[in-house]
Write a protein that binds this ligand. Sequence first.
Ligand SMILES: CC(C)(COP(=O)(O)OP(=O)(O)OC[C@H]1O[C@@H](n2cnc3c(N)ncnc32)[C@H](O)[C@@H]1OP(=O)(O)O)[C@@H](O)C(=O)NCCC(=O)NCCS
Length: 149
Amino acid sequence: MKIRPAVEADLPAILEIEQASFADPWRLSAFREALTPERSILLVATDPAVVGYCVGLKVADEAELGNLAVVPEHRGRGIGEALLRAFLASVDAAPPLPAVYLEVRASNAAAQRLYARAGFVPAGVRRDYYEHPREDALVLRRPPGSVGG
Ligand SMILES: CC(C)(COP(=O)(O)OP(=O)(O)OC[C@H]1O[C@@H](n2cnc3c(N)ncnc32)[C@H](O)[C@@H]1OP(=O)(O)O)[C@@H](O)C(=O)NCCC(=O)NCCS
């Protein structure tokens, strides 16, 4: 398994994983915009086909993890954790070290454990943030320079 920046040819596979993973999937255009590396980071895990991706952005001293997903048949192999750590390494690579934020469904225990291991702590709740089903989002924050466990 390898992790590398995504290219245009990866977009169909990314969209397929997105649609298999989320009730309200992002559109193709959102991923296409994230290919422009000025502020965005779009990484794929390959084995050798695309088996997962993560997308986010860094603006000054704040970064946001927008989405992270792994092909259902490949979950539980550490790919999600590897993608998260690659994203954090990427946002930490150039100063300033950012605080990193993300939102996660209140019921998504597997993802929350993954984020806690990487140093994320609760920062707030967005009531009824998600639809299908309607659910709160937990806002998690990784303090600047935190290396995670
Ligand atoms: C969250 C997600 C990206 C984790 O990816 P992953 O490659 O399974 O991650 P890891 O292998 O590092 O495992 C993370 C945790 O998920 C568990 N897990 C999730 N799905 C699993 C599966 N199908 N089989 C086995 N374990 C699974 C792992 O056991 C592990 O739990 P632990 O923390 O108690 O050890 C993946 O489950 C996914 O794509 N979920 C749907 C999309 C999603 O919820 N994304 C996060 C939105 S904020």
